[in-house]
Design a protein around this ligand. Structure first.
Ligand code: AMP
Ligand code: MN
Ligand code: MN
Ligand code: MN
Length: 289
């Protein structure tokens, strides 16, 4: 039997992916994936739909979420895997995150208007799934209005860190973010550690040591942006800090070019054993799998 593969980092229309949760699950099934985690930014709104479709399709759906936390150089991302049903505490936290998104989006639209690129929040909303709205939706609106030729250019010139219309957003501290997810019973992973250009091995070593104390239990070793050297480094540090390994493509559908579900930039191949190890750990702690 061909070995089964999985993808534990994906986005849907509930945040900045372009596929509905149902379409995402169908694509995963068509690709023969054994399991996917839906990890939308700052929302769990797509999970029930995805779970229902996964049950029909006969693939496993891991309930996830991706949160950004503050970092001295910008932001780092966390993945909460095996999230339970939306609790009151989580609902309140998500509400706060959505509010910070709203103010930040509006502030960026104000800056862009002064630069001769007017857009309304309603227009941006039309380019989103109307749940967690962010910079990719502003980029899509800019492209549709002819302000930029591509999403890439929208980020490079205007929306990315250091871009001329960039406005930072209020983010939780790493400790707050990790404790929030951990308090829900999730297994918390540091996402794509080397996606940030400023990340060094020494810094990652320090970050993992600190974050582990707050409840971090895993590191996203396999990711579309990681080369072999970075994968090796992540595995070495996971070993040192006694962290589990996870992996995913960070698929965003048409909103992120060059990233394929299950295969990342082309050669990503995450074995089912990665999921089994996460489950084994959770079972040993009496946590639901
Ligand atoms: P936000 O959540 O509003 O801060 O927007 C961040 C999202 O924008 C990330 O999750 C990525 O999906 C996307 N993104 C970040 N940088 C780029 C880039 N350089 N080009 C295209 N998309 C990007
Ligand atoms: Mn994204
Ligand atoms: Mn991320
Ligand atoms: Mn992501």
């Amino acid at each position: 039997m061909a070995s089964r593969i999985i993808d534990l980092h994906t986005h849907s229309l509930a945040s900045d992916g372009s596929d509905s949760p149902v379409a995402l699950v169908r694509k995963a099934m068509a690709k023969g994936l054994a399991a996917i985690a839906l990890t939308d930014h700052d929302t769990m709104a797509g999970l029930e739909e995805a779970e229902d479709e996964a049950a029909r399709a006969g693939i496993e759906l891991i309930r996830g979420i991706e949160l950004a936390v503050r970092d001295e150089f910008g932001e780092l991302h966390l993945l909460g895997l095996f999230m339970p049903r939306l609790s009151e505490g989580m609902h309140a936290a998500i509400d706060t995150l959505q509010r910070s998104r709203f103010f930040r989006n509006q502030a960026m639209l104000d800056v862009l208007a002064t630069m001769g690129m007017p857009m309304t929040m309603d227009e941006v909303c039309e380019h989103s799934g109307k749940v967690a709205i962010g910079r990719p939706h502003i980029a899509l609106t800019m492209k549709s209005k002819g302000y930029v030729p591509s999403l890439r250019e929208a980020f490079e010139r205007y929306l990315g860190w250091g871009g001329s219309a960039f406005v930072p957003r209020t983010l939780p501290s790493p400790e707050e973010g990790i404790r929030l997810l951990r308090g829900q019973g999730a297994t918390v992973a540091l996402a794509h550690p080397f996606l940030s250009k400023r990340m060094t091995v020494g810094r990652l070593d320090a970050v993992l040591g600190e974050f582990r104390q707050y409840g971090l239990r895993a590191i996203e070793v396999y990711h579309s942006s990681h080369d072999m050297e970075q994968i090796r480094l992540c595995i070495r540090l996971a070993d040192k800090h006694e962290l589990l390994l996870t992996g995913g493509s960070d698929y965003h559908g048409a909103n992120k070019e060059g990233v394929t579900l299950g295969a990342g930039a082309g050669r990503l191949r995450i074995p089912y054993a990665v999921l089994e190890k996460l489950r084994e750990y959770r079972r040993s702690r009496g946590l639901p799998v």
